[in-house]
Design a protein around this ligand. Structure first.
Ligand SMILES: NC(=O)c1ccc[n+]([C@@H]2O[C@H](COP(=O)([O-])OP(=O)(O)OC[C@H]3O[C@@H](n4cnc5c(N)ncnc54)[C@H](OP(=O)(O)O)[C@@H]3O)[C@@H](O)[C@H]2O)c1
Length: 182
């Protein structure tokens, strides 16, 4: 491996899917309900948030965040994927249409902290199938919601991950940290 390639490899930022799901694999319930996700503890969120400087989301996830009191990641660089190239950027987000796989590949090669793949399920599969997800931190809530938006939408291709760590919280939430298998 050439020296330049090696140093590029070492400074490559990770794309991390940090996300919560139900026991039956949904990230939102029917009608996009997320009130079953508990937020009574930090569950490692603050440390993770400090480790990233950029977020990427699908438009539907961004659209849901507009119903919050305020935009949740105002101090980060935020990219939102949409096929509608007529959307106008805001002070807080930049819309990206076109080849989002190539966009993300190039983003990972730029210097910076890690990148948070916020979701949702549709975008997760695009990133997974392109082999761009380096780590997954999955907080599994001990609840069955029965229907909704799956963690990976559509039909993702078979892909193995390695379990790096597991944490069980007093509330029953189990957090898995998984690394992509080369
Ligand atoms: N539990 C959690 O931690 C968590 C985290 C994140 C999200 N969520 C939930 O996930 C739900 C949304 O997930 P979702 O799967 O329905 O949608 P999503 O992945 O958030 O967004 C889908 C949208 O992304 C755009 N898109 C998809 N593929 C694209 C491509 N190849 N190029 C450009 N743009 C593309 C399209 O936007 P346009 O329609 O504008 O073209 C598409 O409608 C929400 O309910 C949210 O609450 C939960």
């Amino acid at each position: 491996m050439a020296a330049g390639t090696l140093s590029l490899y070492h400074c490559m930022r990770k794309l991390v899917l940090f996300i919560a799901s139900s026991l039956d694999g949904y990230i939102a319930g029917g009608d996009e309900q997320i009130d079953w996700l508990f937020t009574d503890q930090d569950y490692g969120y603050s440390n993770f948030y400090d480790s990233i400087d950029t977020t990427i989301s699908g438009y539907k996830t961004y659209r849901l965040s507009l119903s919050f009191d305020s935009f949740p990641y105002p101090d980060k660089k935020n990219y939102v994927f949409t096929r509608d190239s007529s959307r106008s950027d805001t002070e807080l987000v930049q819309f990206i249409s076109g080849d989002i796989v190539q966009f993300t590949r190039e983003l990972k090669q730029q210097p910076g902290r890690d990148i948070w793949l916020v979701g949702g399920g549709e975008i997760n599969t695009v990133m997974l199938d392109a082999g761009l997800i380096d780590e997954i931190v999955l907080s599994i809530h001990p609840v069955i919601v029965g229907q909704g938006i799956p963690l990976f939408g559509g039909a993702p291709a078979l892909r193995h991950f390695t379990t790096l760590d597991t944490t069980t919280f007093s509330t029953g939430l189990v957090q898995l940290k998984l690394g992509a298998t080369p």
